[in-house]
Design a protein around this ligand. Structure first.
Ligand SMILES: [Zn+2]
Length: 242
């Protein structure tokens, strides 16, 4: 009755055998937000999985692709009403020229403008750009999930004050800074994600095994039993979805 599998950020469309991934998610009863990287990719899946209670496809516009595919912004706008789930969107300032940073920000701000006040759930990429992400989000109305956050600890506190959630993955647990970040996030704001296929063990085949690994880790840092942690984190996901 209480299933603890979840994945708040994964890319099912990047697997060759997408149907096998979907069948697996369904069999696992794993609540999943499948993000996309471009509006024309999202468009292929509209309505296709509406009967699947576990899978939600998100409309995305990845910051690293938005300069090249800027002409898809109008498609993004046109498709915005077809889903509550928006991602992967955001900013990526690693290896980016000032011109591209400004361009990414313009696209991101337009997306927020389309989505604010419309009951959306955003999954946001913020690599080396979380300060600008927070300033763009200042007046945004809706639910915010910061995915694979790698920024400063002080910006975590600001995000928590604003009611944002963080989706964390198994790879973050393998690094010192990742561990520090996880320790800074209150348990009632944590969600789990795989960011498959980009994380360890996910390249060839999708699996939900990462969830147990993270639950065990969080139980150990808070000295709580795993079941309590599982219930709490599952409740966070339900909170986001309602
Ligand atoms: Zn991703």
């Amino acid at each position: 009755m209480f299933d603890y599998k979840m994945d708040a950020h994964m890319h099912f469309d990047l697997y060759n055998d997408r149907q096998a991934v979907i069948d697996y998610i369904t069999a696992q009863k794993s609540y999943t937000i499948a993000v996309t990287n471009l509006p024309d990719i999202y468009k292929r899946y509209i309505g296709k999985y509406d009967n699947n209670p576990y899978l939600r496809i998100a409309l995305g516009f990845h910051p690293e692709l938005c300069t090249k595919y800027a002409n898809q912004l109008s498609l993004f706008k046109a498709l915005c009403d077809t889903t509550r789930y928006i991602g992967e969107i955001g900013l990526d300032y690693s290896n980016t020229s000032d011109h591209d940073k400004q361009f990414q920000k313009r696209i991101f701000d337009s997306i927020l403008n389309y989505c604010t006040g419309n009951n959306k759930i955003l999954s946001i990429h913020s690599r080396k750009a979380e300060t600008d992400i927070l300033s763009s989000l200042k007046d945004f109305e809706g639910k915010v999930i910061l995915h694979w956050y790698t920024g400063s600890l002080s910006n975590i506190d600001i995000s928590i004050d604003r009611g944002y959630y963080f989706s964390i993955n198994h790879q973050m647990i393998k690094s010192k800074t990742g561990k520090k970040i996880i320790a800074q996030i209150p348990v009632n704001r944590i969600l789990l994600e795989s960011d498959a296929p980009f994380t360890a063990g996910m390249q060839e085949k999708y699996s939900t095994n990462f969830t147990d690994y993270i639950y065990t880790y969080i139980s150990s840092i808070y000295n709580q039993d795993t079941d309590t942690v599982k219930k709490r984190i599952k409740a966070n996901f339900m909170e986001i979805l309602t």
